[in-house]
Design a protein around this ligand. Structure first.
Ligand SMILES: [Zn+2]
Ligand SMILES: [Zn+2]
Length: 471
C-alpha cells in the first residue's frame, strides 16, 4: 500500500501531494523540483481528522446501544493522536530440507511487508484500519503546532529497537513451512523502512450513572473501535505519561534538484535515488542533506552485439564468505561451491575475487529479481567497461534500490547458489559470515526480447513486468 504524502510547496506555498516513495517532488503550481532529504531515517507523519458529523452521530448511537447506555449524554469529547510504527520492506525466506515424501526441497518464499502496530502503551485502540485502508489516505509531515491546535498527542512508548524486534518477527508470518523438515533456513527483511504515523481518534465520554463509558472513535473512518470503562481510559493516560521512549526522528527538508557540479536541473524521475546529470554526466545521491557523487561504470556488451540495448543498474560488490574455518574468496572457490558448472574448464580469471550483482531497479516481483541476480552472479562474468566518453550514448535506467538493501540481498543470493542436495554446502551457509567491500554502481546491458529483457553478457532473462523501469 503506497500512501500519499502531502505538504506545502516550500517555494510557493501551494498544497502538493506525492507518492510516499518519491525522492523528488514537483510542484505543478510553480514548476519547481525539489529533492526530499531525511528519507533514510525514521520520518514522522500524521493523518488529519476527517469530520463527518452524520457518521459520527450514527456511530455514537450504535455504540450507546451496544453499551446499554442509550440516551446517555456526552460529557466530554477530545481529539488525540495515537502513534503507530509502520514498517515496509521485502521479506525473503529460503528453505532447504526434506518433504514428507523424503524428497529434497529448496524453496524461496517472498512477500511484501507493510505493517502498522501501536507505538503507545496500554490498550490497543483498534485504529488498525490504518493498515487495510484503501489508498487516498494523506500523510502530513509531523507538525506539533498544527497538531496541538487539533488535539493532544499520545507519547511514544515503544522504542525503535523494540519496533525492529517486532518487525523482524512479523517478517516470518506467512512464510512458514509446515510439511518440510528444515535443514537450512534463511529469512531476511530487505530494504526495510521504519516510520511513525500519528493517527487521530476522538475520546468521547458518556456520562452513565456512576459508570462512565469511553468511546474510542476513529476520526478518519468515523467509527467506534473500542468502548472502555473510565478506569481503563485513566490507566491508558497514566501509562502514556509514565514511560515515554525517545526515538531519534529524521528531519525532512527539501534541497534544490540541481546538479551540484554544473548547476543544471537534474532529470525528473521521482522515484530514483541516484540522479544522473544530463549535462556533465555525473551521478548524485543525497546523503545527510546534500548531494554526493557516486562512482559508476557500465559493462560493455560483447563485440558484435548490434541490437539496441538498454542498461539496468546493479549494485556490484566484492564478497568474501567465511564459515567453519573455510572461506570462499575467489571465482574458482565459488564455482567449486555452487557445483553449477561441473564440466567447466579453469580460466585465468578464476583467481579474481568473487563479485555479487544485485539489480537496483524498482522491483515488482522479488523472486524474479533474485533469479536475475543469481543468473549474473553465478557466472562471475568477465567484461569490459563502456569507455567514459561513450556513456552518454547508453540508455541508462533509473536506480531505485539503496546500497544497504543490496547488501541485505547478498545472503539470499548465496542461498540461491547453494546446491539443493548437498548437506555440507548447506552447513557451510548455515554459519556463513560475509564481508562486503567495493560497492559500486554498474549499468548492465540488456536487449528486449518480446516480454523479456535478456542480459547481453550472461543471457539471463527477466520478464519486463517484474521490474518498473524508467530512464
Ligand atoms: Zn510551488
Ligand atoms: Zn551536471
Amino acid at each position: 500500500m503506497d500512501l500519499l504524502l502531502s505538504t506545502r510547496c516550500p517555494q510557493c506555498g501551494a498544497d502538493i501531494s506525492f507518492d510516499e516513495e518519491s525522492t523528488v517532488i514537483h510542484c505543478e503550481y510553480c514548476g519547481c523540483a525539489l529533492h526530499m532529504t531525511g528519507r533514510s531515517g525514521v520520518i514522522r507523519t500524521y493523518v488529519a481528522p476527517r469530520e463527518d458529523v452524520q457518521r459520527m452521530k450514527k456511530a455514537i448511537h450504535g455504540a450507546m446501544k451496544e453499551a446499554n447506555a442509550k440516551g446517555a449524554p456526552v460529557s466530554e469529547k477530545e481529539l488525540f493522536f495515537a502513534p503507530y510504527w509502520r514498517i515496509k520492506g521485502m521479506a525473503f525466506r529460503w528453505i532447504f530440507g526434506r518433504n514428507v515424501r523424503g524428497e529434497t526441497v529448496k524453496e524461496l518464499k517472498t512477500k511484501q511487508v507493510d505493517q502498522t502496530f501501536p507505538a503507545y502503551d496500554g490498550i490497543n485502540l483498534g485504529l488498525c484500519s490504518l493498515g487495510v485502508r484503501p489508498g487516498a489516505l494523506k500523510l502530513l509531515f509531523f507538525d506539533p503546532s498544527e497538531m496541538s491546535r487539533l488535539g493532544s498527542t499520545i507519547k511514544v512508548a515503544v522504542p525503535f529497537k523494540e519496533a525492529v524486534r517486532y518487525g523482524t518477527s512479523l517478517t516470518e508470518v506467512g512464510l512458514d513451512e509446515t510439511d518440510i523438515r528444515v535443514h537450512l533456513e534463511r529469512t531476511r527483511l530487505i530494504g526495510e523502512r521504519y516510520s511513525m504515523i500519528y493517527f487521530p481518534f476522538w475520546m468521547i465520554k458518556l456520562a452513565w450513572g456512576k459508570e462512565a463509558r469511553i468511546l474510542i472513535l476513529d476520526a478518519v473512518a468515523n467509527k467506534v473501535t473500542r468502548i472502555l470503562t473510565q478506569e481503563q481510559w485513566e490507566q491508558m493516560v497514566a501509562k502514556a505519561a509514565e514511560r515515554p521512549a525517545t526515538v531519534s526522528f529524521s528531519k525532512v527538508s527539501f534541497i534544490p534538484f540541481k546538479c551540484p557540479n554544473c548547476g543544471w536541473e537534474l532529470p525528473l524521475n521521482c522515484f530514483d535515488i541516484i540522479h544522473l546529470c544530463g549535462t556533465c554526466h555525473r551521478a548524485w545521491m543525497e546523503r545527510a542533506g546534500r548531494f554526493r557523487g557516486v562512482r559508476f561504470d557500465a559493462a560493455a556488451p560483447p563485440k558484435g552485439e548490434n541490437q539496441p540495448l538498454l542498461y539496468l543498474p546493479f549494485w556490484a560488490f566484492q564478497a568474501e564468505i567465511h564459515s567453519n574455518g573455510q572461506a570462499l574468496k575467489t571465482v574458482a572457490d565459488l564455482h567449486e561451491f555452487s557445483l553449477l558448472f561441473p564440466t567447466r574448464v579453469a580460466q585465468s580469471a578464476d583467481q579474481r575475487p568473487i563479485r555479487f550483482y544485485v539489480p537496483a531497479v524498482s522491483i515488482r516481483n522479488i523472486a524474479a529479481v533474485n533469479k536475475l541476480a543469481t543468473g549474473v552472479t553465478q557466472n562471475q562474468p568477465v567484461f569490459d567497461q563502456v569507455p567514459k566518453g561513450r556513456l552518454t550514448e547508453c540508455r541508462l535506467m533509473g536506480v531505485f534500490l539503496p546500497p544497504k538493501a543490496a547488501t541485505g540481498m547478498a545472503d539470499i543470493l548465496l542461498c540461491s547458489m547453494t546446491p539443493r542436495n548437498n548437506g555440507n554446502r548447506q552447513h557451510f551457509v548455515q554459519h556463513a559470515d560475509m564481508t562486503i567491500s567495493k560497492m559500486h554502481l554498474l549499468w548492465w546491458p540488456f536487449y528486449e526480447q518480446r516480454l523479456f529483457l535478456r542480459d547481453a553478457i550472461c543471457h539471463s532473462g527477466i520478464q519486463k513486468g517484474a521490474v518498473c523501469i524508467n530512464g
